[in-house]
Design a protein around this ligand. Structure first.
Ligand SMILES: O=C(O)CCC(=O)C(=O)O
Length: 284
């Protein structure tokens, strides 16, 4: 491990599948990001892309996710304590795979911003890997624990891209993302389970909040440890998470044992975004 890579904090360990990770730095030329942002991606594991979307572009996405949130919330209210797995009425809702239900979400995932970020940070052949709305509610303010996105489902290659799109202003008061810069360079960490989600770090030193005005994107690696704080305001904090992976990426479902791999290429929700560097329209 090179000397300039932040050491693993006490109590953190590598994921059992992560044995020889090497970070791939983007080479440029870039379509959307600056050289400083490319450097931040490599050195810090994140950057804020401000002003990526205007309000008129976000409004239909928010409307679509509001509708899905209403359905998710109605369902959670039928569950014991309003909870199902890590979702909880009044605390946090997940509108997973919105692209399967909403043509608006599908079209948004094909936006030029994501094509450009995919080109700049992943390569010429890129698929949507995952998408979900995440709403943090004020009634039961809760913390979403420190994790890496590759700690939930182990994807190979480990290094893919999370675009955390702020649909409303995200601040330290309402649950903006926090990140620990530098630790992405170790690859995937071991995670343990908690009631609120998988966790890889406990109260890490050097964590920084990334406040994100509506329309901006917190761009971070699948390997960047991040968490969100409680929403202590009176309004819902809304985000849409769009994750992009290189075409050919495979997932290792935890239950399938060693060697079992599934291509991350479901045509309905993991459709191509870029092919040979050229834009591919999402399914209508
Ligand atoms: O948006 C949030 O509050 C947390 C979501 C998150 O970190 C995730 O889904 O990986």
């Amino acid at each position: 491990m090179a000397a300039d890579i932040a050491p693993l904090p006490d109590g953190a360990a590598l994921h059992e599948r992560n044995r020889s990770f090497e970070w791939t730095a983007p080479a440029g030329p870039y379509r959307r990001i600056t050289s400083a942002q490319a450097q931040a991606w490599t050195e810090q594991g994140y950057f804020l892309l401000e002003g990526a979307f205007d309000p008129a572009e976000l409004a239909p996405v928010t409307d679509a996710l509001d509708e899905l949130d209403a359905r998710v919330t109605a369902f959670l209210k039928t569950q014991p304590d309003g909870k199902l797995m890590i979702a909880e009425d009044g605390n946090i809702t997940f509108m997973t795979h919105a692209v399967l239900q909403s043509p608006t979400a599908r079209a948004f995932c094909g936006h030029e911003v994501f094509q450009d970020l995919g080109h700049d940070l992943i390569g010429p052949d890129v698929r949507l890997y995952w998408d979900q709305g995440v709403y943090k509610k004020p009634e039961k303010p809760g913390t979403f624990p420190w994790h890496q996105d590759n700690g939930y489902t182990y994807v190979h290659p480990q290094q893919y891209l999370t675009c955390w799109v702020a649909l409303t202003d995200a601040t330290t008061s309402n649950g903006c993302p926090w990140v620990v810069p530098g630790l992405h360079r170790h690859g995937t960490l071991a995670h343990w389970t908690t009631d609120a989600g998988f966790q890889c770090l406990d109260d890490p030193e050097g964590a920084v909040p990334v406040e994100a005005p509506a329309g901006s994107v917190v761009v971070f690696s699948s390997l960047t440890p991040h968490a969100t704080g409680p929403n202590t305001t009176e309004a819902v904090r809304k985000s849409y998470i769009v994750q992009l992976a290189p075409d050919g990426a495979v997932i290792h479902p935890a239950q399938s044992g060693d060697g079992a791999q599934v291509p991350a290429a479901d045509p309905n929700r993991q459709f191509p975004i870029l092919s040979g560097g050229r834009a591919v329209a999402p399914p209508a």
